[in-house]
Design a protein around this ligand. Structure first.
Ligand SMILES: [Fe+2]
Ligand SMILES: [Fe+2]
Length: 316
């Protein structure tokens, strides 16, 4: 599957905060809407982290067959996702302390400081120390970093599949776009998960090519899929913070029992098993079909609806 760099049209941000009003219910289900927005912050955080790891990949991995030429394009897609989510996140976070630059990350919100301390700082700090000692891809921290990107991409792949299953596919596109109170957010997530569908196998393959071992071992599946891992915890915490910023009362139970959360979890348990690489025939066919439908069908229709709403000057 070729990787494309899609641009997000200005109208998407225009409709996102139409008449200075941000409607958080981009999805017919309010709890799933808030989870999508909480996830938006986590995605921004991890994508900046991924960009940094991409720089080390460029520096440490030289020449074929180890160097995967698609890796740079994958990182470029991620950089653009981070920039797009940053715009959305700014709409919601107007009233709170802006994110700050830390030593190893350019934008850390207070509620993501834990993720910074638990993941970004130790791993990037470790890579820096190993680099000083002359290590490259043979450093343990760099290996851990590439692994963490593969884990993240596998998880996001499951989120993407759930997104399309629940909101666009199976004849849902018309109903959901009619009910959505914020087509800008719906578009942004559709665009983002389409590109995730395109590139989700690349970092897994990069790990397996460099280290000649499977990324998803049984232990890793157990740690990340059958238990709540760092990513899932951060999604939960960020969702609670987003709900608070938007003055919405939301419990942990409502998050966990929501349609979006439950469906995604079932998908992850079904597909992410030992040896998972996002290229299993069923997954690959699904990924290809979704990218095609977004580009040829859903994206043009959604953009059209957005333009209509801007003309009418109202979100619904
Ligand atoms: Fe992304
Ligand atoms: Fe990604």
């Amino acid at each position: 599957m070729d990787l494309k760099l899609r641009a997000v049209p200005q109208e998407v941000y225009g409709v996102m905060e139409l008449n200075e009003h941000f409607n958080f219910q981009w999805n017919p289900d309010p709890a799933s809407s808030l989870i999508g927005l909480g996830t938006s912050y986590v995605l921004e955080f991890f994508e900046f982290y991924g960009e940094k790891i991409g720089d080390y990949y460029d520096e440490f991995i030289e020449g074929a067959p180890q160097k995967d030429e698609r890796f740079a394009l994958f990182v470029t897609q991620e950089k653009r996702h981070a920039a797009a989510h940053r715009k959305l996140n700014n709409f919601i976070t107007k009233g709170i302390t802006p994110p700050v630059r830390e030593q190893y990350h350019p934008r850390v919100y207070d509620f993501l400081y834990g993720a910074y301390k638990e993941l970004a700082e130790p791993i990037i700090g470790g890579i820096e120390r190993e680099k000083f000692a002359g290590k490259k891809s043979d450093g343990a921290f760099f290996k851990e970093a590439v692994r963490s990107i593969g884990i993240f991409e596998s998880q996001v792949c499951m989120t993407g599949l759930s997104f399309f299953d629940n909101l666009f596919d199976n004849g849902r596109f018309d109903v959901v776009t009619k009910m959505s109170g914020n087509l800008g957010v719906l578009y942004l997530l559709g665009y983002h998960y389409t590109e995730e569908m395109e590139h989700c196998c690349i970092s897994i393959e990069a790990f397996e090519t460099i280290y000649q071992e499977k990324l998803w071992t049984r232990e890793l599946v157990d740690k990340h899929i059958h238990n709540r891992d760092l990513l899932a915890s951060q999604v939960l915490l960020s969702t609670l913070h987003v709900a608070k910023m938007l003055n919405q009362d939301l419990t942990v139970e409502q998050i966990i029992n929501s349609v979006g959360y439950q469906y995604r979890e079932r998908m992850a348990k079904k597909y992410i098993v030992e040896g998972f690489n996002a290229r299993e025939p069923e997954i690959l066919a699904r990924r290809k079909a979704l990218v095609e439908r977004w580009d040829n069908e859903w994206e043009p229709m959604l953009l059209d609806k957005i333009k209509q709403r801007i003309r009418a000057g109202t979100m619904s």
